[in-house]
Design a protein around this ligand. Structure first.
Ligand code: NDP
Length: 500
């Protein structure tokens, strides 16, 4: 079937969401659209499934999750092909995305017990007659809402950790990538046939909104900042906690002692991979004066060599047709305000493709510097020194990731970035390190996926104290005497009253 609408734009036919290729418009697959009642029913079923899943314990979950990982790994070419067909990204990019997702499933499965399982916690002198126990218990049902740009990596970044923590998950994939979302769920059902522990509900934004109001115990949302606010507002009605992974406008800083070839190579990758449709993609560069010209030359040479097109090209189409207007507006606005395109420019927008565009001399108040462009474009700005670079980088409300190239000061500069993550002498690498948390500050959201923090995000801390001896100095009892209270005063002064 060939759809008669903008290639890639979702279409609803007879209650089914038809997913189409943004490159050619052909159908990739179709899934049923959920009603509000369907969403509530899915959450009810997941509640029962979640009890069962929690009951099989860390060992049972680990074994199932590792089997899910293996299933996906063994069929990764098929999944990469689907992600390519449905979202338009080159197969090579899809393979890297799937590899990263597999690593996250593996780590979450293997480490959930260590991070979340019951453990003794020592008490101090106060209440020394008690021991503490801490564990992180599953919430129940987690609603995962995902975007289209990394349709495997982003939902798995939440879902694998939520599942490893003992929760059931109801997943709402983006309307642009429902087939990939359903594929992941189907592979899970093969290894966990007993109960609907991971299920998908499909449809447009209203299905996501229904999921927020469906009685899930927590919502893990990845998507734009504007939608994140709607999700938080909907969840506020029932005090449902939220984890928000929202947009970004990540910057890269190039210091005077940077390896410029490595910096240019990583910059071109970080900015243009997935045609720039990457939340942690590099959209701005601040290069210090001494290296600015040489750096720009190298970036233009490398970016200018990239191919753009439907199949084996380096850059595929823009997945969401409406984004093309935003990308064009950002380029035109930058040029209208005195910027120059040293590669590409307004003509680079050739729907459904955008060719690499590098802009210089763009003022800091231009849309191309302040707003998420989500296309294969980049502004490179000359700065006096790294202090100015840090100041400009931190001037936006977004704060997701970032990169620093340099030797002596690079790590110190990375620590000064107002962001949740940063990479030194590479770009985007923190996303693939399963042992590190991932998440933003400010308009980029809050909460963390990945790593130990990512596991804890999906468990409620449960604290238990247990008496192990009689209290020598009774305090929390009506049996205490005035003499006990006097001794408590003495102890308090001895322990805490010292110093100035
Ligand atoms: P959107 O915010 O448009 O959509 C994200 C998801 O939310 C989709 O499944 C969407 O459904 C759903 N949705 C839409 N409206 C509502 C609503 N009112 N209530 C609940 N859910 C709703 O983002 P995109 O899909 O366009 O993704 C791109 C954005 O995601 C970029 O801003 C990017 O930076 C960000 N992103 C952030 C990441 C991070 O980790 N911080 C990672 C990857 C992307 P539907 O598609 O059906 O409208």
């Amino acid at each position: 079937m060939t759809a008669v609408h903008a290639p890639g734009a979702p279409l609803i036919v007879d209650g089914r969401l038809v997913s189409t290729s943004p490159a050619r418009g052909e159908e990739v697959g179709r899934v049923p659209v959920a009603t509000g009642a369907d969403v509530r029913a899915a959450v009810e079923r997941a509640r029962v499934a979640g009890d069962w899943w929690a009951g099989i314990g860390f060992t049972g979950r680990r074994e199932r999750l590792l089997r899910w990982r293996s299933r996906i790994a063994r069929r990764m070419e098929e999944l990469a092909g689907l992600a390519h067909a449905e979202g338009g990204k080159p197969v090579g990019d899809a393979v890297v995305e799937i590899l990263t997702a597999l690593e996250h499933i593996d780590w979450a499965a293997r480490n959930a017990r260590r991070v979340l399982g019951p453990r003794r916690v020592r008490s101090r002198l106060i209440l020394a007659e008690f021991t503490g126990q801490l564990e992180y218990q599953p919430y129940g049902v987690i609603g995962v809402i995902g975007p289209w740009n990394y349709p495997v990596f982003t939902p798995i970044g939440s879902a694998a950790y939520a599942l490893a923590a003992g929760n059931a998950v109801v997943f709402k994939p983006s309307e642009y990538t429902p087939v990939v979302g359903q594929w992941l769920v189907d592979r899970f059902a093969e290894v966990v046939p007993e109960q609907p522990v991971l299920t998908a509900v499909h449809g447009l934004g209203e299905v996501g909104a229904a999921l927020c109001r469906s009685g899930v115990a927590k919502v893990a949302f990845t998507g734009s900042t504007a939608t994140a606010k709607e999700v938080m507002a909907a969840c506020a009605e029932s005090l449902t906690p939220v984890l928000l992974e929202a947009g970004g406008k990540d910057a890269m800083i190039v210091d005077a002692d940077a390896d410029l070839d490595a910096a240019a190579e990583a910059c071109v990758w970080g900015a243009l991979t997935n045609a720039g449709q990457t939340c942690i993609g590099i959209e701005r560069v601040y290069a210090v004066d001494q290296v600015f010209d040489a750096f720009v030359d190298k970036v233009v040479t490398k970016a200018g060599r990239l191919t753009v097109g439907p199949d084996d090209a380096d850059l595929g189409p823009i997945t969401m047709p409406s984004q093309l207007d935003i990308i064009r507006r950002h380029i035109e606005d930058a040029i209208a305000r005195g910027g120059r395109a040293v590669l590409g420019g307004p003509d680079a927008v050739q729907p459904p493709y955008v060719h690499p565009t590098v802009l210089v001399d763009v003022p800091e108040d231009a849309d191309a510097v302040r707003e998420e462009t989500f296309g294969p474009t980049l502004t490179v700005t000359r700065v006096r020194d790294v202090d100015e670079a840090v100041e400009r980088t931190n001037a936006l409300p977004y704060g997701l990731g970032g990169a620093v190239f340099g030797r002596k000061r690079a790590v110190a500069v990375a620590r000064r970035l107002r962001s949740g993550m940063a990479s030194v002498n590479s770009t985007l690498t923190f996303a693939g390190m399963s042992t590190l948390p991932f998440g933003g500050v400010g308009d980029s959201g809050f909460g963390r996926i990945h790593g130990a923090d990512g596991l804890r995000e999906f468990g409620r801390a449960k604290a238990i104290t247990r008496r192990r001896a009689r209290s020598l100095l009774p305090s929390m009892t009506f049996e205490r005497t005035p003499a006990d209270v006097a001794r408590l005063v003495k102890v308090a002064k001895l322990l805490y009253g010292r110093g100035r």
